[in-house]
Design a binder for this molecule. Sequence first.
Ligand SMILES: [Zn+2]
Length: 58
Amino acid sequence: MIPVTCPTCFEEFEVQAPHITEVPCTYDYDCEICCRPMFINFWEEDDEIIAHAQGLAD
Ligand SMILES: [Zn+2]
């Protein structure tokens, strides 16, 4: 699980990481706190998966 910060409510929650062979990739996701939609971009850095959430309006 990877922590991400919601771009709408700024609360942190955890998402299931994709397998390292599947990154970079983008998921559609609804915030677990405020239920607003977002995109989560995943990429690999030094054999670790990094996640960053982006609001749909960005
Ligand atoms: Zn939220």
